[in-house]
Design a binder for this molecule. Structure first.
Ligand code: CMC
Length: 429
């Protein structure tokens, strides 16, 4: 807490607002009484200066390129921890002790199967449906199957729903892929790791045993950790907003998936690889750089720029290293990686990108790794959703337990017509 205040003078009257202090990061002006005090609203489309909640989960310093989960730097987690440890950390606030981790892994693995009836949902989709379209529908439909974990006032039910979502997401995503290629669904194998099980359900077939490649398993572990949470981004804020009305967790996560799909957010990994493939060879890069800089061209360099990072996205660094490793170890020689490296160098030395502080973000290199592993581009965002589910449920739980939580209900600057009289259709001029 701080005694500091901010004073706003309006028409000769001074209004005083408290300043709140977090553990690190910028202080915030508490404007909850702003309307009552001044009769005015504040205006901040895109929430560029507005904090929507208190949170103790993730901290980002965009100027320095720092990302911490519960205080732990992302590169240390990506290097040393398992995805289950990170999930536990985000949900519970501390790294688990050995017995806590064992119990958590056991619990998650006991929830990996989906209701058998859920498989029939897939058959209602076209085979060429985008996996994110399927994910929105199927995850939303979970609320019709798991009534016993939809009472959001019961902390135990909330935790069961969270475990179910974390556990079932790989099964649901893998089924979306299998459906698209016309192969049978595979049941989970709980003897494998979270990522190993997902790889098997995606790339295995019932006719043969599947051997999990440890290099690929490790790459997926890192990718999942790097996507696990990112404080109040658009999809997380969507989950919180949906949840603020008391909606059940499955419906809330489905809303997060819908938001994530957009190319300015999670859809950028798919868009970035498509862009790199379209560029095709380093000689064509200047043409695309020129387009990105052209105000009259809506084209943007996908995988570049970030609302918060005005420095290197720390996730992009780890992602680039992982891409180098995976391509080398799998013996994949993808020319798109040369295009990406060259494009990154050219953009980082270009005045436009320097001045606007545009750096590669997490999505710039992730597609190259996923493609090398064998995922089609339209699965990329589904994998992002799978990993981000951990952050979404952690943030949703935090919101529900916050005594200051209220239904999210923004105000507006109304610019439409003032009140006027209805004119019957025959009398309209
Ligand atoms: N290429 C070219 N110019 C860009 C780019 C880009 N990728 N990103 C931002 N700019 C320019 C933009 O035109 C604007 O210029 P000006 O000030 O002259 O109008 C300036 O930089 C600031 O951009 P903004 O759109 O006002 O910034 P924002 O914070 O609203 O948007 C962003 C952030 C991530 C949506 C944007 O940088 C973008 O569209 N990037 C490409 C899509 C992308 O890679 N998204 C993934 C984000 S990270 C993972 C995730 O969130 O899921």
């Amino acid at each position: 807490m701080t005694d500091k205040t901010a004073t706003l003078g309006v028409d000769g009257n001074n209004h005083v607002f408290p300043i709140l202090e977090g553990s690190v990061g910028p202080e915030v002006v508490d404007i909850r009484k702003f309307y009552a005090e001044t009769g005015m609203f504040t205006y901040d489309p895109g929430f560029t200066s507005t904090g929507s909640c208190r949170s103790a989960i993730t901290y980002i310093d965009g100027e320095k390129g720092i990302l911490l989960h519960r205080g732990y730097p992302i590169d240390q987690l990506a290097e040393q921890s398992s995805f289950m440890e990170v999930a536990y950390l985000l949900l519970h606030g501390e790294l688990p002790k050995k017995d806590e981790l064992d119990k958590f892994v056991y619990t998650i693995s006991r929830h990996t199967m989906v209701h058998e009836q859920l498989a029939t949902f897939y058959r209602g989709f076209r085979r060429d449906a985008h996996p994110m379209a399927i994910m929105c529908g199927v995850v939303g439909a979970l609320s019709a199957f798991y009534h016993d974990s939809t009472d959001i006032t019961d902390p135990e039910q909330r935790m069961i729903a969270s475990h179910r979502l974390i556990a079932k997401m790989p099964t649901i995503a893998a089924m979306a892929y299998k459906y698209s290629i016309g192969q049978p669904f595979l049941y989970p194998d709980n003897s494998l790791s979270y990522t190993g099980n997902f790889l098997r359900m995606t790339f295995g077939v019932p006719a043969e045993p599947y051997r999990v490649n440890p290099i690929v398993e490790n790459a997926m572990r890192r990718i999942f950790i790097l996507h696990a949470d990112h404080e109040q981004n658009a999809s997380t804020s969507t989950v919180r907003l949906a949840g603020s009305s008391g909606a059940n967790p499955f419906a809330c996560i489905a809303s997060g998936i819908a938001c994530l799909w957009g190319p300015a957010h999670g859809g950028a990994n798919e868009a970035a690889l498509n862009m790199l493939r379209e560029i095709g060879r380093p000689e064509r890069i200047p043409e695309y750089i020129a387009r990105a800089k052209d105000k009259d061209d809506p084209f943007r360099l996908m995988g570049f720029g970030h609302r918060v990072y005005k420095n290197f996205d720390p996730r992009a660094k780890v992602m680039k290293e992982t891409a180098e490793e995976v391509l080398k170890e799998l013996g994949v020689n993808d020319p798109v990686f040369d295009v990406a490296r060259e494009l990154e160098q050219i953009a980082l030395n270009d005045e436009y990108f320097i001045e606007k502080k545009l750096y590669p973000n997490v999505d710039f290199y992730s597609g190259i790794i996923l493609s090398a592993i064998g995922f089609p581009t339209d699965m990329f965002t589904a994998l992002f959703a799978l990993a981000r589910t951990v952050g979404w449920v952690a943030q949703w739980n935090e919101m529900i337990s916050d005594p200051e939580q209220k239904i999210g209900r923004p105000r507006q600057l109304y610019v439409g017509s003032p009140q006027r009289e209805y004119v019957p259709v025959g009398q309209r001029g």
